[in-house]
Design a protein around this ligand. Structure first.
Ligand code: HDE
Length: 709
């Protein structure tokens, strides 16, 4: 291992386990070469297969045992390797964790993103929480930060977790619906369990529909504790902030993507890494001195609460870069085992009852999922710090422990492994010495009792379009609920959050709106909660479709493509067929994909270049017209040049300010230009406006109700 630590440490360790099939010959598991793996050994050409066929038996037996249980929650996931480094040593006064205080140390990581409710083969773009689990392979051992893309949780005490999961999963009698929260059992749970309300606001918001894993935040959720060299503790909340901003898909779009490309987020992550568009996140911490434990109007130990960033700033401390795809999904992404209990010196737990339950659950679940306690020896789970102890045997033991003494204390192995001293930089784990005292009781603390104030805070912090999306989401979900009393029960709960919200939802789902508010809305807000305030200043990793047919202005295609690619966007030329089209000048324009194999929902923006003949052909092509109409409906940036502008009207997109001759016009993300372009394609003004429109992500306030798509 290099002395400063670098992210290749983990890759070097994995190298020892990699198996390369190149230049090899087929063998049995015993290494015996095989000359026929297509025909089983039988008596004569048409006779029975015989038991002597050890190759047949081994091949089939191994196949019969290929499956392991999928995760009970977060079954669908996608992983990537990367590295993390802190910016400076400013956390040294709070923690002895080396990877958090030494900027010369680059720590390898593995991250697994996931949805929660769906099974392993379910679609990526469902309305759900996303898992954001990070394994830091630090030089002091593995630290697992097993977070979500929402900062709060549905319940306060982990003993409710099986109830919650049974409610949100497909219903037990018919296993419907798959990967969806729009059904009776979830909402029955919600209406009877007011502590869910804050999280339900997040789940009904656009946060549940991330455009990309690279465009969502991550949160450790619980309050953890940093511990310094003197043993002093500081409360900490961990946040990941994506460098590309936090952006979401449109609900209608997510449902269509689930059919067109159920691997949408997984593919996006994979492709981005392959293309060198590495997802990056900043680690931020909210630090609260122990003396301030009780200064908030909520309990720091309550996982249904945030600490508003306006009260305690989220301080950027380091950067995570995901730069390597796994090589084998099962070996790495499926077998990775995150455990809340995996902490390193300088990081400790608090008494959050949700966190405490997780300390038990994660290790327990790996034992059944991965078949015993030696899952820590699986390559993806191995620590890069040496592992030496007296744990022995069990299923799938891969180590050959030497010596006779598997106990402590011993004299036969020289007393080794020796107990850490903790002196001279020897990092041993020391639990934070918290004083606890009390009677054994089953009782929720009174300080956990307010279930609505922060749900209201979230609602108040939303922009108008975010509020509209939340109301539509509640209407959709509750519109799928069969029992009227459940719909009514949820509206009653919402009336505690905000009267106007409850009324709007009630009106959409055939429920009598509440007569009056239960309490007045407190009027407080936290701007940091709104996605409208998230950075939207880059087109990096955005996918842009350019629609073409024979007769297209090649200069438009080239110039737009170059301008976008230069800024890190991915430009694809789409035509009715694969291969190439002929430009207006008779040149070939290469086609990236055939229109019938894709859809507008798989792109962030669409450009219609000039060329009379090309646009006439597109105007006759239902796929092309639908593409433009749908992109408009989903509030995406659209660029149209010269004759291309006509296609907007043909696609049913009217009521826009369209460019007059020689000018560039921008109206709600639709950028048009007629004439006046340079001979080499559109002028800089058009390109700049197009880039700005795409970087803005979506133009949510667009008037689109009239566009059928
Ligand atoms: Fe989990 N959770 N969880 N969870 N969770 C699992 O562990 C559990 C909770 C989270 O990519 C399981 O290995 C309990 C909060 C992620 O492999 C299981 C409670 C947060 C992942 C489990 C919670 C999470 C899991 C299933 C309530 C955000 C995927 C398979 C006390 C801070 C990790 C597994 C991966 C996975 C239990 C609540 C995040 C059963 C009992 C809160 C990201 O152990």
């Amino acid at each position: 291992m290099s002395s400063s630590g670098d992210h290749a440490d983990k890759q070097r360790q994995l190298d020892e386990f990699r198996v390369d099939p190149r230049d090899s010959e087929l063998t049995t598991d015993q290494g015996v070469k095989v000359d026929d793996t297509d025909n089983s050994l039988s008596v004569g050409e048409r006779g029975p297969t015989i038991m002597d066929d050890f190759h047949f038996r081994e091949k089939i037996t191994h196949f019969d045992h290929e499956r392991i249980p999928e995760r009970v929650v977060h079954a669908r996931g996608s992983g990537a390797y990367g590295h993390f480094r802190v910016y400076d040593d400013s956390l040294a006064e709070y923690t002895v964790a080396e990877f958090l205080r030494d900027p010369s140390v680059e720590t390898p990581v593995f991250v697994r993103f996931s949805t929660v409710a769906g099974s392993r083969g379910s679609a990526d773009t469902v309305r759900d929480v996303r898992g954001f689990a990070t394994k830091f392979y630090t030089r002091q051992g593995n630290f697992d930060l097993v977070g979500n893309n929402m900062p709060v949780f549905f319940i306060q005490d982990g003993i409710k977790f099986p109830d919650f999961v049974h409610a949100v999963k497909p219903e037990p009698h018919n296993e419907i619906p798959q990967a969806s929260s729009a059904h009776d059992t979830l909402w029955d749970f919600v209406q009877l369990q007011p502590e869910t309300m804050h999280m339900m606001m997040w789940l009904m918001s656009d946060r549940a529909l991330p455009r990309s894993f690279a465009m969502m935040q991550g949160f450790g959720v619980h309050t953890f504790r940093l511990v310094n060299a003197e043993g002093r503790g500081t409360f900490v909340k961990f946040h990941w902030k994506p460098m590309l901003g936090t952006h979401s898909l449109d609900w209608d779009e997510t449902q269509k993507i689930a059919g067109k490309d159920p691997d949408f987020n997984r593919r996006d992550l994979w492709d981005a890494i392959e293309a060198g568009n590495f997802p990056e996140y900043e680690l931020c911490v909210q630090l609260v001195p122990e003396a301030d434990e009780h200064r908030f109007d909520f309990d720091l130990l309550d996982a249904t609460k945030i600490i508003p960033e306006e009260e305690v700033p989220a301080r950027p401390v380091g950067r995570l870069v995901l730069d390597r795809n796994p090589e084998n999904f099962f070996a790495e992404t499926e077998q990775v085992a995150f455990c809340l209990g995996n902490v390193v010196p300088g990081i400790d737990f608090t008494n959050d009852p949700l966190l405490q339950a997780r300390l038990f659950s994660y290790l327990d679940t790996q034992l059944i999922r991965l078949g015993g306690p030696n899952f820590t020896q699986l390559p993806v789970n191995r620590s890069v710090a040496p592992v030496r102890n007296h744990h022995r045997d069990a299923y799938h033991q891969t180590q050959i422990h030497q010596g006779r003494a598997a106990y402590h204390k011993n004299s036969l192995s020289g007393g080794c492994p020796a107990i850490g001293t903790g002196v001279d930089g020897d990092a041993v784990y020391r639990h934070y010495q918290e004083r606890v005292d009390g009677a054994k009781i089953r009782k929720r603390s009174e300080s956990f009792a307010d279930h609505y104030s922060q749900a209201t805070l979230f609602w108040n912090s939303m922009s108008d379009w975010e509020k509209e999306h939340i109301v539509s989401a509640f209407r959709f979900e509750l519109g799928k609920v069969e029992h009227k009393h459940i719909r009514e029960g949820v509206v009653e709960q919402l009336n505690h959050v905000d009267h106007d919200l409850a009324t709007q939802v009630a009106e959409g789902i055939g429920v009598e709106p509440p007569k009056a508010p239960v309490t007045e809305n407190h009027g407080r807000s936290s701007p940091a909660l709104s996605q409208a305030n998230s950075p939207a200043d880059t087109v990096k990793a955005r996918k842009v479709a350019v629609l073409v047919a024979d007769g297209v202005e090649a200069a438009d295609v080239t110039a737009v493509g170059e301008a976008l690619t230069e800024q890190g966007a991915i430009c694809e030329v789409l035509a009715a067929h694969d291969g190439a089209v002929r430009s207006a000048d008779g040149d070939q324009v290469e086609v990236t994909r055939a229109l019938p194999t894709v859809a507008s929902v798989l792109y962030d923006a669409v450009v219609i270049p000039g060329g009379e003949q090309s646009v006439r052909a597109l105007a006759e092509d239902g796929d092309a017209l639908h593409f433009v109409a749908e992109a408009y409906k989903h509030c995406k940036a659209i660029g149209a040049l010269d004759a291309g502008v006509e296609l907007l009207g043909r696609a049913g997109v009217s009521s826009l300010q369209i460019a007059t001759e020689g000018l560039v016009e921008v109206d709600q993300g639709v950028v048009t230009r007629r004439g006046g372009g340079a001979p080499g394609g559109p002028d800089d003004n058009f390109k700049r406006e197009l880039i700005n429109a795409i970087a803005a992500h979506r133009h949510w306030t667009r008037n689109k109700a009239h566009v059928p798509a």
